[in-house]
Design a protein around this ligand. Structure first.
Ligand code: GLN
Length: 549
């Protein structure tokens, strides 16, 4: 029998519900249970694929090609298991299903209403992942904040499920904020009391209250929260700000969140938590032996969530290399031929980020050129790979107006182009190459060294492709297409063998990096950056020595 945990949030948004849900899932998984997490988002978009990164941060893509909320990235990074379309549901998707059914006449002339039709569809989807007995526990995170108009049907669905299921099969964890008032030097519980009251008015009573706080909660304060919110004192969990999100499962373990949950759900005979790998990762993360500085060249750098999976992949790859990875964000719109040297002088590696549209691409091309000419380790992802191809076409092959037809439809050398069958498609949502595709790697290449195999699968999210019409010219001039899709022959990886580390990939490797399985290109990129930094250091010392002698 699958059991269900719902995670709601109160007081403010951005409290880290996703991290709390993922941490709880990690602890339950570490105790031998099969767990998955899903997110229900109250907005009307059918999926976040059409949302601007400024609105919603990164769009996380699953193996089955679903464009999902970035919290699914956290779920995968923590649990080390893939998620799918079923793990992310929005109000838009719920309504789309119900309206389609209504058009098909499935409601037999009945008036279609929020209750029961919308709530029934929400409940159906909430139970879906638990329907085939694959999981012992399904955790459902409800996006938004309790009290929002748009989250009401979701809370109502939770209320109904709680009423329908046996007591021990379902529970609610509510995450709130305990603000600290500096002037009064006091932590305040009132917002939490109000948000629990609001949730209760909607018919749902939380079993556990997790309190985000900047200061420790005294026993007295916990008692007060417990009394006013009508939960047991041990069900008030302190969630102090942590130095890294990966520390949160450890904090939740100390606080006993997993035990309270297991007790409420009447799960007996669980194992002691097996967290050896997790702890080893944390140790390496906390005590690095070296440091590298990586330039992240993008145009959404004001919003760090836009590059969430890339930043997390660097944390994983840094830890395994026992190396602190310092990221310097460089806005691609402001890189020019004149300032590039100054901007990049302290970097040990360059990552050109994914992206869409014209803004900032010329800066990215200048960045690639600098990396290529100065033997600076280079890693291009998706648009970053396309920029590497364009830079090579312009500056090595001498086709000066080369471009992607995404940015310039009239270029004489469309080295990045749409495939024939894509050209007639007009709808934007869901028309991209999305999800996992296989890729064959050429033996003896850098990609082969990195992956240690000739067959891989990675996730995609793009429309444009390397234009195979020019492949021979690139090969002759020294750019190697080291990975190709076995069916279509589309180029997935390019590299420059006469450079210490230069690789561009059409797919998004950052989407598959987890704590327990860091992504290999990131690992090798950091290694190359370390070597670059060491070389720079040796050169500096020898200059110093020759000046002294
Ligand atoms: N804009 C490019 C394309 O659609 C790259 C997309 C990306 O970087 N994810 O092909």
């Amino acid at each position: 029998m699958t059991k269900y945990i719902f995670v709601t949030g109160g007081v403010t948004s951005s409290l880290g519900k996703g991290i709390i849900a993922a941490s709880l899932a990690k602890l339950l998984q570490a105790r031998g249970l099969k767990v998955t997490i899903q997110k229900f988002d109250p907005y009307i978009n059918v999926d976040p694929g059409t949302l601007n990164p400024y609105e919603h941060g990164e769009c996380f893509v699953t193996d089955d090609g679903a464009e999902t909320d970035l919290d699914l990235g956290h779920y995968e990074r923590f649990l080390n298991i893939p998620t799918s379309q079923a793990n992310n549901v929005t109000t838009g998707r719920i309504y789309q299903t119900v309206i389609n059914k209504e058009r098909e006449g499935a409601y037999l002339g009945k008036t279609v209403q929020v209750i029961p039709h919308i709530t029934d569809e929400i409940k159906r989807r909430m139970l879906l992942l638990g329907s085939d007995g694959k999981y012992d526990i399904v955790i459902t995170e409800i996006g938004g904040t309790v009290g929002d108009i748009e989250s009401l049907p979701f809370v109502e669905a939770v209320r109904q499920l709680q009423w329908e299921m046996p007591e021990e099969d379902c529970m609610v964890v509510h995450l709130t904020l305990i603000p600290y008032l500096k002037a009064a030097k006091e932590l305040k519980t009132k917002p939490t009391q109000h948000s629990v009251r609001m949730l209760s008015q909607e018919g749902v009573h939380p079993n556990v209250i997790v309190c985000r706080t900047e200061h420790p909660l005294s026993d007295e304060l916990k008692k007060k929260i417990a009394l006013f919110c009508n939960v047991k004192t041990n069900a008030v969990i302190e969630a102090m700000d942590a130095s890294t999100i990966y520390e949160v499962p450890m904090k939740m373990l100390q606080e006993g969140l997993d035990i309270i949950v297991l007790t409420k759900l009447q799960i007996n005979g669980y194992a002691a938590p097996e967290l050896t790998k997790w702890r080893a990762f944390l140790d390496k993360l906390k005590y690095p032996q070296s440091k590298v500085t990586i330039g992240l060249i993008g145009k959404y750098i004001e919003l760090q969530d836009a590059y969430k999976s890339i930043l997390e992949s660097f944390i994983h790859a840094g830890a395994i290399n026992e190396c602190k990875v310092q990221i310097v964000n460089v806005h691609s719109e402001f890189i020019t031929d004149e300032n590039v040297k100054e901007k990049f002088k302290d970097l040990d590696g360059l990552l050109v980020a994914p992206g869409f549209g014209l803004r900032g691409v010329e800066g990215k091309i200048i960045a690639v050129k600098y990396a290529r000419e100065n033997n600076l380790p280079f890693f291009g992802i998706c648009l970053g790979m396309q920029m590497a191809v364009i830079e090579f076409a312009r500056n090595v092959l001498g086709w000066t107006d080369s471009h992607s037809t995404e940015m310039n439809e009239n270029t004489t050398h469309p080295v990045i182009d749409l495939m024939e069958d894509q050209k007639s498609i007009e709808m934007k949502g869901g028309t991209m190459r999305l999800g996992a595709f296989p890729c064959d790697i050429v033996e003896g290449t850098l990609a082969h060294t990195i992956y240690g195999t000739t067959h891989i699968s990675e996730r995609h999210r793009h429309r444009w492709e390397f234009n195979n019409k020019y492949i021979k010219d690139f090969e002759k001039a020294g750019m190697v297409p080291s990975g190709k899709n076995p069916g279509s022959g589309l180029v997935e990886i390019v590299e420059l063998p006469n450079h210490p580390f230069f690789i561009g990939v059409q797919y998004h490797p950052e989407l598959k990096s987890t704590v327990e399985n860091p992504q290999p290109i990131f690992i090798h990129f950091i290694k190359a950056a370390k070597a670059f930094a060491e070389k720079k250091e040796t050169a500096k010392t020898s200059i110093l020595q020759s000046e002294l002698s």
